[in-house]
Design a binder for this molecule. Structure first.
Ligand SMILES: Nc1ncnc2c1ncn2[C@@H]1O[C@H](COP(=O)(O)OP(=O)(O)OP(=O)(O)O)[C@@H](O)[C@H]1O
Ligand SMILES: [Mg+2]
Length: 261
């Protein structure tokens, strides 16, 4: 099983769009994917047009907000064929408080211990991280081995990256297996010089991790309003092709890992 955290401290860079598109694309190719929403905004469920009764908070604490017991299985919601979701939402605020109250020596690795799927049941565990940095972000980076970092090719994007790398380095001290595997440029507009220049700059720093960019397109803004992924909303559009390229790249690495194993 691969565990990929789609993470970036900066907000609005396309983390949820990427996590949902990657999860759906892999699921459509027959991979069994569990997508975990780690954000109080509860966007993953909205993007997929589903309404799970429980989510990550209930999964971890095995309790509803009023204290009724919940089995972990009932918190996992089937959103599509091969695609399951642990939804986020405001209950994650309580989960963060709960995590903060746990003994210091286990606090940061609770998710890692709880999220161990039955052998062979899941191929990909994908985390859609919230912007910022808190006890839940640390838990995710303790549970993940790969980080996919979306970088919006707009504004001072590289500044946001520097801050995020400081977080990542501190997480790597706790979880030495954690690797920055993919840098995904998003909101790419090839008509602007700024976008092109930033893409070249990323290529100079991260030649190994850099993925083909995702273009800025209105189709990606529309799709969540219909509760559809980009592959369902407009499979022929440029963004669907861009995300298809990402899915293929991630899948290729899976084959490469198997061949060298
Ligand atoms: N390539 C793109 N082109 C146009 N719009 C996009 C693109 N990617 C994402 N968006 C839109 O930008 C907004 C922010 O995207 P998204 O929610 O994926 O970012 P995020 O990093 O998860 O944000 P947050 O930090 O708030 O969780 C959404 O309205 C989304 O539809
Ligand atoms: Mg998001």
């Amino acid at each position: 099983m691969r565990t990929i955290a789609v993470a970036m401290a900066k907000g609005g860079v396309g983390k949820t769009t990427t996590a949902v598109s990657l999860a759906d694309g892999l699921a459509a190719r027959g991979r069994r994917v569990l997508l975990v929403d780690c954000d109080t905004q509860d966007q993953v469920a909205k993007f997929l047009g589903v309404n799970p009764p429980y989510g990550l908070a209930e999964f971890v604490t095995e309790r509803t907000h009023d204290g009724c017991p919940v089995t972990r299985n009932s918190a996992v919601f089937r959103a599509r064929e091969n695609l399951w979701v642990l939804s986020g939402g405001i209950r994650l605020a309580e989960l963060k408080t709960w995590l903060g109250e746990q003994p210091r020596e286990v606090r940061e690795s609770i998710l890692r211990h709880k999220l161990v799927p039955r052998e062979g049941s899941i191929d990909y565990l994908i985390f859609d991280c919230a912007p910022g940095w808190d006890v839940l972000s640390v838990n995710i980076l303790m549970a993940a081995t790969e980080v996919l970092c979306p970088v919006a090719l707009q504004g001072p994007a590289l500044e946001g990256l520097k801050t995020f790398f400081r977080y990542l380095q501190s997480a790597q001290k706790l979880n030495p297996e954690l690797r920055l595997k993919y840098i995904l440029p998003t909101l790419f507009d090839r008509r602007t010089r700024h976008g092109q220049q930033m893409l070249e700059q990323l290529g100079r720093y991260f030649s190994r991790q850099l993925c083909a960019p995702v273009h800025q397109t209105v189709r990606l803004c529309e799709a969540p309003a219909f509760g559809r992924t980009i592959f369902e909303h407009d499979p022929g559009c440029v963004a669907a092709r861009d995300y298809e390229t990402l899915v293929r790249r991630v899948e290729t690495d899976e084959q490469a890992a198997r061949e060298t194993a």
